[in-house]
Design a protein around this ligand. Structure first.
Ligand SMILES: *Cc1c(COP(=O)(O)O)cnc(C)c1O
Length: 255
């Protein structure tokens, strides 16, 4: 999973899985425009999954996409999205005497509309610019908070670059407020931030399920000590300065 747009270090995962015949599916849902070892994320995956949900940098309102270099997977995915019909709707509509279709397995109705695809294609043309702008905004936050004790902003891992879909910040013990305190402080200034990404094992849906004895210390720490700063590619400088001022005031005036 390229969480928050930060590329995952896929090579060690593949090195573990591939000799064992385990296929690695990359969840690139929020990482469009991020790069891993100089290539777009998802490029090295047998299957990569993408999301075009409104929260993502490239959106079609809803929906998503699979990408794969394997023809057999692509053919099957195309069939499955259309009730697993043996002849695609486009092929049927293009012929006067359509070949009879068959249903070789049970499929889904997962079609994207042409209207959504048209919206997505226009956004694709703007992707580079949007990611560039987000990276500039993130760099402005990083510079502003570089000297503040207890704050640590998400950055590029050594092996790739992120799209800053989410601009995470860790609030450590040296900061005068905890994560929830800082969020409340921002809210008083009319600034809406969000908690960092929740951990699945702490959700009621998974309560009491076996986590294999893993303590998940890092996951738990980040769940409790991170927030996501306002960042969107139309964010104006004066609005970003308001956010920065509010955080800096919190760092100086413990409540
Ligand atoms: C958004 C997101 C999803 C879910 O995408 P949907 O379009 O809602 O299915 C899955 N994984 C990650 C990492 C995401 O960011």
């Amino acid at each position: 999973m390229d969480q928050g747009g930060v590329p995952v270090d896929l090579d060690p995962i593949r090195a573990l899985c591939e000799p064992r015949g385990i296929i690695v599916v990359e969840d690139a849902a929020c990482a469009i425009g991020s790069r891993y070892h100089g290539r777009p994320v998802g490029a090295g995956a047998e299957v990569a999954a993408w999301s075009f949900h409104p929260r993502k940098i490239l959106t079609t309102g809803e929906g998503g996409m699979l990408s794969t270099p394997r023809q057999d997977y692509a053919d099957r995915a195309r069939r499955l999205r259309e009730h697993a019909m043996s002849v695609s709707a486009a092929d049927r509509h293009a012929s006067i005497l359509a070949p009879p279709e068959e249903y070789l397995e049970v499929g889904f109705n997962y079609r994207m509309t042409d209207l959504q695809a048209a919206v997505g294609l226009v956004q694709l043309g703007r992707l580079r610019e949007a990611v560039q702008r987000r990276r500039e905004l993130a760099a402005t936050y990083a510079n502003a908070f570089a000297g503040v004790e207890g704050l640590r902003l998400v950055g590029d891992p050594g092996y790739g670059i992120g799209n800053f879909q989410s601009c995470w910040m860790e609030i450590g013990p040296a900061f005068p407020l905890g994560r929830d305190g800082l969020m409340a402080h921002l809210a008083q200034d009319g600034i809406s931030a969000r908690r960092g990404i929740m951990a699945a094992h702490r959700q009621p849906a998974y309560a009491g399920k076996d986590t294999g004895g893993a303590s998940l210390e890092v996951t738990n720490w980040l769940t409790d000590h991170t927030l996501i700063l306002p960042l969107y590619h139309q964010l104006a400088l004066h609005d970003q300065v308001r956010v920065i001022d509010s955080v800096l005031r919190a760092s100086r005036h413990p409540q």
